[in-house]
Write a protein that binds this ligand. Structure first.
Ligand code: KG4
Ligand code: ZN
Length: 339
């Protein structure tokens, strides 16, 4: 099949706690992007409960897809492919999206496209700024991953650095829970930090001067130890100092990575890229270093299906549709180039 600027793809995302569907034309023209968050359902448990997430996807996915089609003004026969995230993520949650996408592809007689969730996050910036040129360095910071990826070309990725323990989002969520800020911790810490003094506590910046890998578990322990020793410390000051330490390391390593590979562009992706301080520091660093920096909008950084449909366009162009026996893979990794 020919894949061109008119190729219209329905994307489906159900890897964690967001049920999302989107119609994207030509890999970047977003005709609709519907996201139904289950955050309120899971908040009282302090984290995502996999079985509850799967059941909620079953209830929500059909109306979310219907809304995405209506908003885009298209019907099944107008589509050239149906794509879904096949991993990584929660297996039961993934299966809901994957089975639905395959069924719709069969009914409409179009290819099914299997999408890697991490690859979809890499494409988020390219959806919003098609003028971005590859190669790019992407700082991908989510609840499950913290990686610096050199996106040499479409489908050609090299891992420059990653976390050796907790992901950045995981650190935000664990510290948020410890500080009694509820779930998810990232947005709560972002909010409360605006009232705190980020210089009040000098938390450690692990591996700051060493290479491009990250480590956040020591920082989380340092926060716990500090609060136990100084119970009088204001929560806003602790949160702001913690956030400052995370952002310092993320920005320093992203800059170093861009310099190391001589990248022309540096972009952010993943849920933590919605963080206000990270966004501000990231842009100032890009201006200082004279590099093309791009920040996807907050809604494009967190889980959504527009990035899935966009990544699917490139996959369809390069490899065609995926076999219908492609299963959900909770441990799927980003396909990397060998050294
Ligand atoms: O990419 P995402 O929506 O889901 C995963 O694939 O993991 O990322 C979710 C993560 C959570 O850890 C959440 O706390 C974090 O992104 N997050 C934030 C902010 N908004 C979401 N972290 C810091 N500041 C924020 N404003
Ligand atoms: Zn994600």
């Amino acid at each position: 099949m020919t894949v061109d600027a008119a190729t219209t793809i329905l994307g489906i995302e159900t890897s964690c706690d967001e049920t999302a569907a989107s119609v994207v034309v030509g890999g970047h023209l977003v005709r609709s992007s519907v996201v139904s968050s289950q955050v309120d359902i899971h908040a009282r448990f302090g984290g995502v409960v996999p079985e509850i997430a799967s059941r909620a996807h079953v209830d929500l996915l059909t109306p979310v897809i219907a809304e995405a089609l209506v908003e885009a003004g298209v019907d099944g026969p107008d589509l050239q492919a149906v794509a879904a995230t096949v991993g990584p993520g929660l297996v039961g949650a993934l299966l809901v999206g994957v089975s639905t996408a395959k069924a719709l592809a069969l009914v409409w007689g179009v290819p099914f496209v299997a999408v890697n969730h991490l690859e979809a996050h890499l494409y988020a910036a390219l959806v919003e700024d098609p003028s971005l040129e590859l190669p790019l360095v992407v700082l991908l910071v989510s609840g499950g991953h913290t990686m610096l990826v050199h996106m040499e070309d479409h489908g050609r990725y090299r891992l420059l650095g990653s976390t050796i323990d907790d992901a950045a989002g995981e650190a935000f969520d664990k510290v948020g829970r410890f500080l009694g800020l509820g779930y998810p911790g990232g947005p709560a810490i972002d909010r409360i930090s605006m009232e705190g003094d980020p210089t009040s506590i000098a938390f450690p910046r692990a591996m700051y001067h060493e290479g491009l890998d990250f480590s956040f578990s020591g920082l989380k322990t340092a926060v716990v130890n500090h609060v136990r020793k100084h119970p009088e410390a204001a929560t806003a000051d602790v949160a702001a100092s913690f956030q400052e330490a995370v952002v310092d390391v993320l920005v320093a390593k992203a800059r170093r990575a861009a310099q190391q590979v001589g990248a022309k562009g540096l972009v952010l992706g993943g849920g933590v890229a919605a963080n206000s301080l990270l966004r501000e520091r990231f842009l100032s660093a890009c201006v200082e270093d004279g590099i093309h920096g791009f920040l996807p909008s907050r809604s494009m950084c967190t889980d959504n299906a527009a990035m899935v449909a966009a990544a699917a366009w490139w996959t369809l162009e390069a490899n065609g549709g995926s076999p219908l026996d492609t299963g959900a893979d909770p441990n799927l990794r980003l396909p990397l180039l060998a050294d």
